[in-house]
Design a protein around this ligand. Structure first.
Ligand code: UDP
Length: 239
């Protein structure tokens, strides 16, 4: 896919798993550093960058519920896991010379700020990276939905979902050698064909707010920079 014009403001969704690299859990500092550098490179090109990070590398409510925990409490742990990832990324970006604020969906006084869309837009305009953490603040939601919600609230031009594969395929490319990557899809096609790009709530949110989504491989060299420059990369989903 290619972009017609360079986006002014993007929201990048990183899964928690993307941060753990080859480890089974936790955060790989090498990966963190690499992602942090890419974010600052894109910013240096004049693009404002907001981030939503998942927490699946630490806890997921559904997994904790399957192990016997109350789902609401499990989801609360999941949301707090996203805050830990966000703080790690904030530290990394600052050590690389950038400025970064973490805004959470609930008050965590003394640690982060409460999310405020208007204030977040101001910080982005000031050249700061803004990490929106703790998901939507509600159980039974995902950070994909939080990413689409925050992207719309922040008036982002593009939502970028970093995955481990280089886009959306007709079928699972790890299992089927004949799987073909889509360069372009509509949200309705992705929803009807149940392509499993993002959860349904997130897809509908993007569709109804005409927010384009690009699904790409974060680990392809300089992928983020290439996308905002308009180079062909990943799959673009639009209305
Ligand atoms: N979560 C939640 N509400 C939200 C976002 C996340 O309860 O709005 C919890 C949920 O338990 C989820 C966990 O936080 O499993 C981590 O988020 P997610 O699974 O989306 O992370 P990712 O798969 O992107 O690493």
């Amino acid at each position: 896919m290619t972009l017609r014009t360079q986006p002014q403001r993007i929201l990048l969704k990183l899964s928690g798993e993307a941060l753990m690299g080859e480890q089974d859990t936790g955060i790989d500092p090498v990966i963190l550093n690499r992602v942090g550098r890419e974010i600052l490179e894109v910013q240096a090109q004049g693009v404002q960058v907001a981030l939503v990070i998942g927490g699946g590398n630490l806890f997921r409510g559904a997994g904790l519920a399957a192990a016997g925990m109350d789902r609401v409490r499990g989801d609360q742990m999941g949301m707090l896991a996203t805050v830990m990832n966000a703080i790690a990324m904030q530290d990394c970006i600052e050590q690389l010379g950038g400025q970064c604020d973490v805004m959470t969906a609930m008050t965590l006084e003394g640690m982060t700020e409460r999310f405020n869309a208007h204030e977040a837009r101001t910080r982005l305009q000031q050249g700061k990276v803004v990490i929106c953490a703790a998901g939507t603040g509600n159980p039974f939601f995902t950070t994909d939905t939080a990413a689409s919600l925050r992207a719309v609230e922040l008036k982002a031009d593009l939502l970028l979902k970093a995955t481990k594969v280089d886009g959306i395929y007709t079928k699972d490319p790890k299992k089927h050698a004949d799987a073909v990557r889509y360069e372009h899809l509509t949200f309705n096609e992705a929803i009807e064909q149940q392509l499993g790009v993002m959860d349904l709530t997130a897809m509908v949110m993007c569709r109804d707010n005409r927010l384009p989504l690009c699904v790409f491989d974060m680990f392809a060299a300089n992928a983020l920079t290439a996308i905002v420059r308009g180079e062909a990369m990943g799959t673009m989903v639009e209305v």
